[in-house]
Design a protein around this ligand. Structure first.
Ligand code: BV8
Length: 232
């Protein structure tokens, strides 16, 4: 990766697919078993909190039985070595709410859509690490009120740390998108932002995404194969 110093890598559900975590929009994916409007929106939560809490309890429990795959491991290696090797920056911005990047050893991971293993107290606004179910309305560890929801960004809610992401995109020489359909904004727009800001753009995916026309380079195939090949 000649004269590349600063990299922003965006990952989506496709990077965790080979770890056995359902993606969202492939056949049999998560949303098909539930209408998005019912489970990943504040309105859905207000309408039927038990349905939403059970949906997230099932996924929070499931991800704890999964392991990182060679794609997560290759990105973790790159994350650990990059700044020593080049003096540049590398940031992994993930839309995923699993913790497989961290468990593979990556340090600079930004969960723009939140994390399954956190709970957010709607009473005192604090976030706590949370591995168990929320369906039984446990008390918030901070304020003691039974007001915990998944710390996951639903449709219509503001993704986390957008300023930090746009700041990194402004510095990026290379923007890489891995395992995402390019269906959800603002993440799906990052490739256009990166391009307008002069970065090279690379898509690593199973097949062309909805935004594939914006990428100057692309490699297609399973992430556990093409990501380690790209990192080497
Ligand atoms: C917001 C958490 C205001 C929940 C999720 C324009 C601008 C801004 C907003 C909008 C806009 N137009 C519409 C909107 C509103 C909306 C939106 O985008 N709607 C869509 C449906 C049109 N966006 C929002 O509401 C966002 N908030 O806009 O706030 C704002 C505006 C600007 C700036 C700041 C704020 C909030 C969106 C967050 C919603 N929450 N997740 C949960 O996880 O339960 S979204 C959900 O979809 C996941 O986070 C997921 O990451 C994301 C995207 O899906 P993918 O990760 O791409 O997964 P998918 O299944 O779709 O695709 C998998 C891909 O992997 C495929 O391409 C497949 O080919 C590939 N693949 C499969 N297997 C493999 C593989 N690749 C490699 N190897 C394999 N083995």
């Amino acid at each position: 990766m000649e004269n590349i110093r600063n990299i922003v890598i965006l990952t989506g559900a496709g990077i965790s697919a080979e770890s056995g975590i359902d993606t969202f929009r492939s056949e049999g994916g998560l949303w098909e078993q539930h209408r998005v409007e019912d489970v990943a929106t504040p309105e859905g939560f207000a309408r039927d909190p038990d349905l939403v809490l059970r949906f997230y309890d099932m996924r929070r429990e499931s991800i704890q039985t999964k392991q990182p795959n060679p794609a997560h491991e290759a990105l973790a290696r790159l994350d650990r070595e990059w700044s020593d090797r080049t003096g540049g920056n590398l940031l992994i911005v993930t839309q995923n709410v699993d913790d497989l990047h961290e468990r593979a050893g990556a340090n600079r991971v930004l969960h723009m859509h939140g994390q399954h293993l956190n709970a957010w107290c709607t009473m005192c606004d604090t976030r706590s690490t949370w591995r168990g179910p929320l369906i039984d309305r446990p008390a918030c560890p901070e304020c003691g009120v039974a007001a915990l929801r998944p710390d996951v960004v639903w449709f219509g809610e503001m993704p986390y740390r957008m300023d930090e992401i746009y700041g990194a995109l402004r510095q990026a020489d290379l923007f890489v998108s891995i395992g995402t359909s390019g269906a959800v904004y603002p993440a799906a727009g990052f490739v256009q932002d990166a391009r307008e800001l002069g970065a090279r753009t690379l898509e690593l995916n199973l097949e062309p995404s909805q935004g594939s026309r914006w990428f100057t380079e692309a490699r297609y195939g399973p992430a556990s194969h093409i990501v380690p090949q790209w990192v080497e």
